[in-house]
Design a protein around this ligand. Sequence first.
Ligand SMILES: [Ca+2]
Ligand SMILES: [Ca+2]
Length: 73
Amino acid sequence: MIRVFFSCCFGLLFITGGSVVAGDLHSALDIDKDGYVTAHEAEVMPELIEQFAVLDANRDGKLDAAELSLFNG
Ligand SMILES: [Ca+2]
Ligand SMILES: [Ca+2]
């Protein structure tokens, strides 16, 4: 079911399947490829939204790869 959920949310980004490591998650969520995952981009993952404020260590309102790597989903 989880795989189906992700497939619905991320579409082709997860078509290769397998586990998602932090770097892949960051690139998958970073829709506009600006190097950061904003709260808007994180909306597809409720668990990430819940932790967003904590993960955003420098309080710039977006998560870089290092900050997202601390996400414990
Ligand atoms: Ca982005
Ligand atoms: Ca940040």
